[in-house]
Unconditional design. Structure first.
Length: 95
């Protein structure tokens, strides 16, 4: 069932995603995620969460990114598809 919210999301084709993991991606490993905007935030529990945002070519590439996160042994918190407007607003707020 196709809804208004995911009308532009397909199995094959690029999409913008926000991936959130618990902990920090080591600087020495950040090149594994070239093309992503990476930011780290401290939680109220004095822990860190890393946010990766950017274009992912297709679902196979998404699986590859998740595999890289797994190889770093960082717990996955969320994977969110971003509507075009959500991504652009977030990108513009960071500049």
């Amino acid at each position: 069932m196709k809804t208004e919210r995911n009308a532009k999301l397909y199995f094959i084709g690029s999409a913008k995603y926000r991936i959130i993991v618990k902990g920090e991606i080591p600087v020495s490993q950040s090149q594994m995620f070239g093309g992503f905007n990476i930011s780290v935030r401290e939680t109220q529990a004095n822990e860190y969460e890393t946010f990766l945002e950017g274009d992912i070519l297709d679902q196979a590439a998404l699986a590859g990114v998740l595999g890289k996160i797994y190889s770093l042994r960082l717990p996955l918190i969320a994977v969110n598809y971003l509507e075009e407007n959500d991504f652009e607003m977030k990108k513009n707020n960071n500049t």
